[in-house]
Design a protein around this ligand. Sequence first.
Ligand code: F0G
Length: 458
Amino acid sequence: MELPYSEPYKIKMVEAIKTSTRKEREKWIKDAKYNLFMLPSEYVFIDLITDSGTGSMSDRQWSAMMLGDESYAGASSFYNLKNMVEKLFGFKHFLPTHQGRAAENVLFSALIREGDVIPGNSHFDTTKGHIEYRKAHAIDCTIAEANDTQLEIPFKGNVDPEKLDKVIAQYGKERVPFVCLTITNNTAGGQPVSMENIKATSKVCKKHGVPLLFDSARFAENAYFIKMREEGYGDKTIKEIVHEMYKYADMMTISAKKDGVVNIGGFCAMHDADLYRKASTFNIMFEGFLTYGGMSGRDMNALAVGLDENTEFAQLDARIRQVEYLGKKLDEYGIPYQRPAGGHAIFIDAKKVLPNVPKEEFTAQTLCIELYLESGVRGVEIGAMLADRDPDTRENRYPALELTRLAIPRRVYTDRHMDVVAAALKNIYDRRETITRGYKITHEAPIMRHFTVELEKA
Ligand code: F0G
């Protein structure tokens, strides 16, 4: 018989996690004002709040840490990372930052002016935040199919090139400093963008003379899906596919905390020397000198190794198959989620799991809280709370989807942990008719409210 897949590594160190009782969790979540970001992690059993900065580094990464060069200027660690960035993505210029949003801050400071519009596919919340903070607008041109959670198509993260073309034509090149392509498309469910769509997006950009930026947090997972799902890529290596993808990008921002498999770090990179010079000033102002930015030497070293390792097929195969494993368990129990399973997470369709909780009472947030109470599993809301208020009208925005995201850290949990998550969801799903009320806001920040929002039972 064919042998099943398994992880291409063994475990050298473990970290204890604590179980708790429902009664304890009821108190803890109330004390946290029903905001899971406010829960101390020791009160969490299986933490699926994010796959960002939560992965396990390899022995090679840890040994690279010991060789970190902490020189202020010209550290060898900087050159290790610079060489890897050029080798993988083809960019000559790069600026290290402390994480993805810092790369956005640095690069957008050089690019965005008030009144601009930045079209793309489901901008991530910090990306949108950095756009809106500059009094510019993010316009979502994701394909309409992404909103149908039950529709099974291979590249649900794609941009609609016609929509994109119309938006650029409407505002004109002068008001569109760049197009932002998020790979994989996190908000739409960790869904990939096809090579064909990358090419089509690039074509629209070229037609209008607008540069193309890749928001690259999960670029390697995207390349994996291209290899597995797109014709003509089955025999290519992940590194070859990444190289081809980035031929179409003029610049990139990246949160290295995802596919770089490090606990902190990011960078922006570009071809244009003038843009590099402009962005350099902001890097020095907000992050640090050019050859370390927001990172220590050891962190840059670990990232250089992480990027190399995590663009190998076996790593990605085990990782993405674990996400799929959780999806299959949910299929067994009939629990609806954004199909097909994403690269880094399962996105539960909260409106279908809790049909009686009105969207005004934050359906997906309610499911996150129920899941925590049931099992100590921490997910995160991707719904009306995250969508925040319209910056002009200050009205709540209600996105088409209310999702509870279960993001799986890389190389951290076993399939047995996934069984616990699925069983907890099943218990909630079985009593869905009895859950009729959600939560209301008692305090919120003017921007990116979901991190610090305070809630009470509606
Ligand atoms: N872009 C995407 C697509 C992201 O998913 C994230 C972070 C960022 C940019 C910002 O990067 O956190 O390093 O500053 N996503 C995390 C998440 C937080 O949970 O999905 P950062």
